[in-house]
Design a protein around this ligand. Structure first.
Ligand code: BGC
Length: 921
C-alpha cells in the first residue's frame, strides 16, 4: 500500500497511469478485439511510396488474426497532411467515414484533390463480423510526385563530346551548390535520355539501376524521386551524374542504334525544405560542367569498357577542381512527357560465389557460378597500370567443355577493365548486364575466389509471392528454373531473353508467361507500367507491335498470339490482383486490337497478316506425324476469339453494356466461322496438332457436343508421340489445363514428369538452371540447336508454372471475385508425387495448399487469409472426411458441404484447415 502511495506521489508515473487507463478505456469503447487487427498498408502496390502521380491512388490493407472466419464488415480510412495529426486527434484532411463494406484492397482515395509533392499520412480501422473494431492501424504514408509539367524548373542538359569509332564514352556532369540553412527534408527528381547513375557528396543516389527505365520514350519518360535528406549537409554540397547509352541510343536490335536520339541528356531538380520552413530549388542548367570519365563505352549487348586510369577521384564531392571540365549545353527537349516511375526499379539481388574455377580443353580459365543468371560480375583484384582484364560471359559450355558464345549472336557480353595500378581495385559494371553462368577470365592469372570475384543477379525489384514444391526433386528444379527465368527476363521490361542481341519486350512471350509470373512474384506494378507502353506504342489502327517498347519497323505488328498481350496481360493482372483500373486503363487498347482484327477479317475469318504461329513447336520428323505445325490462320482465329472474349469480360466489369452486347455477337460469328472453316462435322480439326486441339478447346471454339471427342483426340495425338508434348509458345500454356478440364489429368501429369525430349524435364535432366527457348536447346546427341535461335534463358515454356500452382496445388482465384477475394482450392494429386505444396501471398494475405499421401490416406492442409472465402474441393474421396479429427459435417466453420461424384466440396472463411481421408487412386 505504501508502495502504491509512493507511486502516486510521483507525478510522472501518475501521468503514465492516467494514459494507460485512458487507453484501456478508449480501446474498450472501440470494442477492441483480442484476435484481429489491420496491417500492411500499401498505396498503389507500394509501401510508403514517395512519388505517386495517380490522382486517386488506391489503398490496400491486410486484416490479421489467427481465428477462423475473419471478415471485414466495415472500414474507415483517415488521411492527414501531417504525421503527428493522426496521434493528436486533429481533424483529418479526409475521412471516408465508416463504410460498410468488405473491400480491403484497391480502395480509391476519395478526398480533396491531392497536391503535387505533398505527403499524405493514412491509417485505417476495420470492423469484423462480430461488430468489433480493430485499433487504428499504424500510420503509413504516400507522397505525390510532380503533377504538373510546369513545375519542372530544371533544364535538360547535355555534353556534346564526339563519339569516337570504338564507342561512346559516358559523360559525367557535376555541380557544387550551397545550402545555407539546416535541411528538414529534400527530394531529388531526376531523369535522363539514356541511363544514369547519380552521386551526392560522393555517395550513390538510391540503389536502383538502369534508371529511368525503358518506356516508350517518345511518349513517356519516367523520372525517379529520391529522399536525399540524409545525404545533404548545411553548406556546400556536390552532385555528380554519369550517363550511359542504355536503351535510348544504345544497340537494341538488328545492330540498330540511336533509336530514340543521338544525344543523351540529363534533367535534375532538387527541392529542399529547410528547418526554418523556407524552401530552395537546385536544378540542372547551363552552369553545370561536364567531362568524360572512365567508362569508354557501355552497351547492354556488348558490355562495358572501363579505363580506371581515367577515374576522376572525388568528382562528385565538394571542392573538386572542375576547371578543365566543359560547360554543358542546354537543350530544349520537352518536359510534358515525364511521368513518375510506376513499376519496381531494377535492383541488385542474389550474390553468387564461384562454384568452380576450371580450365577448359581449349585452355581458357573459366569460372562457373552454378546458376544461369542475369546481372554482372564484381571483382576486387590488383593489376599493373595499363594492364587489361577481360571478362567474357556465356550461358553454357559445349559438349567438349569449352566456353560457348555462338548463341549470343552479335552480343559481345564482354567487360574490359584497364587497371590503374597499385592496390586492389574494385569494379562492377554500370550500364550493362549479361546473361551467364560461366565467365572466362583473360589477363589475370592470380587467385580467383569468393573474396576476389562474385556475381550479382540484377532484376526488377518484385517481392516474391509464391513458392511451389513437391516430392519430386526434378519438378522442384523445374520450378526453380521458372523462377530464375522470370528473374532474368524481368529487367524493367518483360524480355524474351537476356543474353543475345535481342532482349526486347516480345509480346508473345510476355502473354504466354504472365499468369505464371503473377504466382511467383508481385508483378502488378511491373505489368502496369509495361501495359502503358503497350498502349502508347500501339498504332492508331489498333495494331500492336511485336515488341514493347517498340524499336522495330512499323510493319512489325499484329502477329496473332503476340499482339494479344494487349488483352491477355491486363486480364491476368485483373485476375491476380482484382485490379479493375488496369482494365479501365487498357480498355481502349484492348478494344483497338480487337477492332483491328475485325477490320482485317473477311466473313468473320481472320486469315491474313504475318504470324509467328506456334513458335518453336516440336519439329522432329522421327514420328509418323512429323513436325507439329499448326495452321497459322487457325491459330489467328482462336486468339481473335479469345481476345474478343476478354474484351467482353472487361466490358461487363466496367459496365460498358453496349460493347458487351456488340462483341458478344461478334464472338458467336467468330466461333461459327472457325467451325465452318477448320472443323469437320465429327469434330476433326484442320491441323491435327496438339496445339490446334488445345487452342480450340481452351477458347471454347467448338460446339459443346464436339468438345470431349476433341479432347480425346488430343490425348491420342499425345499417345502417338509416345506420350510427349509437341506444342510451341502458343499451345504450351494451355495444354495441361485442357487435359485436366476434359478428364485427362493422368496424361497432364505424365507430360509433367516426362524426362525425355520434348518435355519440361528434359532440360532439367540436362542440367538446366533456367527455362530454355527450345525444347532441345541441347540435343539428345549433346550438340546444340541452331545458334541463331538458342537461348538458355527464355521464360515462355515456364508457363507450366501456372498449372502447377492452380492444379497440382490447386490455388485458384474465382473469376467473379478476383484477386483471391473468393477462391477455389482444388488440389489434384497425380503421377508418382507423394506431396505437393504451394503458398501465395495475395493482397489479402497468405493462401496455402499442401497435400500429402500417407499410405492410403490423403492429408491436406489449407490456409485461407482473412477477409476472403474459399470453396474447397477435395478429390478422390473414399470414405469419411475429417477436419482436425472431426467429421466435416460436424464442424461449424464448414458450410455448403456436399459430395459431387467422389469430390467433397465445402465453403469456408479464413483460417487454417487440416483434412484427412482415405483416398482412392
Ligand atoms: C524471340 C522470341 C520471339 C520471337 C518471335 C525471337 O527472336 O526471341 O522469343 O517471340 O522472336 O517469333
Amino acid at each position: 500500500m505504501i508502495y502504491i502511495k509512493t507511486l502516486f506521489r510521483n507525478r510522472y508515473l501518475k501521468g503514465l497511469l492516467f494514459l494507460i487507463i485512458v487507453q484501456v478505456f478508449v480501446l474498450r469503447a472501440q470494442g477492441e478485439p483480442t484476435n484481429f487487427g489491420v496491417d500492411h498498408l500499401i498505396c498503389e502496390y507500394k509501401m510508403n511510396p514517395i512519388s505517386i502521380d495517380v490522382l486517386k491512388p488506391r489503398l490496400c490493407w491486410k486484416l490479421t488474426g489467427a481465428k477462423r472466419n475473419i471478415r471485414q464488415t466495415a472500414y474507415e480510412i483517415q488521411v492527414f497532411t501531417e504525421k503527428e495529426s493522426a496521434n493528436t486527434l486533429k481533424a483529418p484532411l479526409w475521412s471516408s467515414g465508416k463504410i460498410f463494406s468488405d473491400q480491403s484492397v484497391q480502395v480509391p482515395y476519395n478526398g480533396p484533390a491531392l497536391k503535387s509533392k505533398q505527403a499524405y499520412f493514412w491509417r485505417v480501422m476495420v470492423w469484423n463480423s462480430e461488430g468489433e473494431s480493430s485499433t487504428w492501424s499504424k500510420v503509413n504514408c504516400w507522397r505525390m510526385g510532380i503533377l504538373n509539367a510546369r513545375e519542372w524548373k530544371a533544364k535538360w542538359i547535355q555534353s556534346n563530346f564526339k563519339n569516337d569509332t570504338t564507342g561512346s564514352p559516358s559523360s559525367q556532369f557535376r555541380k557544387d551548390f550551397k545550402l545555407n540553412r539546416p535541411v528538414k527534408e529534400a527530394y531529388l527528381y531526376i531523369t535522363s535520355h539514356g541511363v544514369y547513375e547519380g552521386w551526392l557528396n560522393g555517395e550513390r543516389i538510391g540503389n536502383d539501376y538502369f534508371t529511368p527505365g525503358w518506356t516508350s520514350y517518345n511518349n513517356r519518360i519516367q523520372y525517379q524521386t529520391y529522399d536525399v535528406t540524409s545525404q545533404l549537409k548545411n553548406g556546400l554540397n556536390a552532385i555528380g551524374v554519369t550517363l550511359g547509352d542504355g536503351w535510348y541510343r544504345g544497340y537494341t536490335y538488328d545492330k540498330k542504334k540511336d533509336i530514340y536520339g543521338k544525344e543523351l541528356a540529363l534533367l535534375v531538380q532538387l527541392e529542399v525544405e529547410y528547418k526554418d520552413g523556407t524552401r530552395g530549388t537546385f536544378i540542372s542548367d547551363g552552369t553545370w560542367k561536364t567531362s568524360q570519365g572512365p567508362i569508354h563505352s557501355s552497351s547492354f549487348f556488348d558490355g562495358e569498357v572501363y579505363d580506371a586510369r581515367m577515374e576522376k577521384i572525388g568528382w562528385s564531392t565538394v571542392g573538386y577542381n572542375d576547371k578543365a571540365w566543359k560547360q554543358v549545353l542546354v537543350n530544349s527537349s520537352i518536359k510534358d512527357n515525364l511521368v513518375s516511375m510506376a513499376g519496381p526499379p531494377v535492383r541488385k539481388h542474389e550474390k553468387f560465389v564461384p562454384l568452380k574455377v576450371l580450365t577448359t580443353p581449349q585452355g581458357d580459365r573459366v569460372i562457373d557460378f552454378g546458376q544461369n543468371l542475369v546481372g554482372w560480375v564484381k571483382f576486387k583484384l590488383a593489376g599493373k597500370s595499363g594492364d587489361t582484364l577481360k571478362l567474357y560471359h556465356a550461358e553454357v559450355l559445349d559438349q567438349k567443355g569449352n566456353f560457348y558464345t555462338q548463341n549470343l549472336r552479335s552480343a559481345k557480353q564482354e567487360i574490359s577493365y584497364v587497371f590503374k595500378g597499385g592496390a586492389e581495385e574494385t569494379y562492377e559494371p554500370h550500364f550493362t548486364f549479361q546473361g551467364f553462368r560461366y565467365v572466362k577470365v583473360k589477363g589475370y592469372t592470380g587467385v580467383l575466389d569468393s573474396t576476389s570475384i562474385v556475381a550479382y543477379a540484377i532484376y526488377s525489384d518484385m517481392p516474391q509471392t509464391g513458392t511451389f514444391s513437391t516430392s519430386n526433386p526434378l519438378i522442384n528444379q523445374l520450378q526453380h528454373n521458372i523462377v530464375w527465368g522470370q528473374k532474368g527476363n524481368f529487367v524493367d521490361v518483360p524480355t524474351d531473353c537476356p543474353q543475345r542481341d535481342e532482349r526486347m519486350g516480345w509480346t508473345g512471350d510476355a502473354q504466354a508467361f504472365c499468369r505464371t509470373a503473377t504466382f511467383n512474384m508481385d508483378v502488378a506494378g511491373f505489368y502496369g507500367k509495361w501495359l502503358k507502353d503497350l498502349a502508347a506504342d500501339q498504332h492508331k489502327d489498333g495494331a500492336v507491335p511485336y515488341v514493347i517498347p517498340t524499336v522495330q519497323d512499323s510493319s512489325a505488328v499484329a502477329a496473332t498470339g503476340w499482339a494479344d498481350a494487349a488483352t491477355i496481360v491486363p486480364w491476368n493482372v485483373y485476375l491476380a490482383y482484382g485490379d479493375k483500373r488496369i482494365l479501365e486503363q487498357q480498355y481502349p487498347s484492348m478494344k483497338g486490337w480487337v477492332d483491328y482484327m475485325v477490320r482485317h477479317s473477311k466473313d468473320y475469318l481472320w486469315s491474313t497478316g504475318t504470324h509467328f504461329g506456334d513458335w518453336l513447336s516440336y519439329a522432329g520428323t522421327d514420328y509418323e506425324d512429323g513436325a507439329a505445325v499448326t495452321d497459322k490462320g487457325l491459330i489467328a482465329q482462336t486468339f481473335f476469339a479469345h481476345s474478343t472474349q476478354l474484351l467482353i469480360n472487361s466490358a461487363e466489369i466496367l459496365g460498358k453494356v453496349e460493347d458487351e452486347r456488340k462483341y458478344s455477337i461478334l464472338l458467336n460469328h467468330l466461333k461459327s466461322a472457325f467451325q465452318k472453316e477448320y472443323v469437320t462435322p465429327s469434330g476433326r480439326i484442320a491441323s491435327g496438332t496438339q496445339t490446334a486441339y488445345v487452342l480450340a478447346l481452351n477458347f471454347d471454339m467448338l460446339p459443346e457436343e464436339l468438345r470431349q471427342s476433341a479432347a480425346d483426340r488430343l490425348r491420342r495425338n499425345i499417345d502417338n508421340y509416345d506420350e510427349h508434348l509437341t506444342t510451341g509458345f502458343l499451345g504450351t500454356p494451355y495444354l495441361n489445363h485442357v487435359l485436366t478440364r476434359f478428364g485427362h489429368l493422368d496424361m497432364a501429369y505424365r507430360l509433367l514428369i516426362k524426362e525425355t525430349y520434348p518435355s519440361w524435364l528434359y532440360p532439367v535432366k540436362n542440367g538446366a538452371t533456367t527455362i530454355w527457348e527450345r525444347w532441345d536447346g541441347i540435343k539428345v546427341d549433346g550438340s546444340f540447336e541452331d545458334p541463331g535461335m538458342n537461348s538458355f534463358n527464355h521464360y515462355a515454356y515456364g508457363a507450366i508454372g501456372d498449372w502447377m500452382y492452380r492444379v497440382v496445388a490447386g490455388i485458384n482465384t474465382s473469376e467473379t471475385a478476383t484477386g483471391f477475394k473468393e477462391m477455389v482450392i482444388s488440389p489434384k494429386p497425380g503421377a508418382n508425387l507423394t506431396t505437393a505444396q504451394a503458398e501465395l501471398e495475395t493482397l489479402y494475405g497468405k493462401v496455402s495448399s499442401k497435400w500429402m499421401i500417407d499410405g492410403k490416406k490423403l492429408k491436406i492442409d489449407i490456409v485461407i487469409p482473412p477477409n476472403t472465402t474459399a470453396k474447397i474441393e477435395l478429390p478422390n474421396v473414399a470414405g469419411k472426411v475429417l477436419e482436425n479429427g472431426n467429421d466435416i459435417y460436424s464442424v461449424k466453420d464448414l458450410h455448403e458441404i456436399k459430395k459431387v461424384g467422389d469430390t467433397q466440396q465445402m465453403s469456408v472463411g479464413s483460417g487454417n484447415y487440416h483434412f484427412e481421408y482415405t483416398f482412392h487412386f
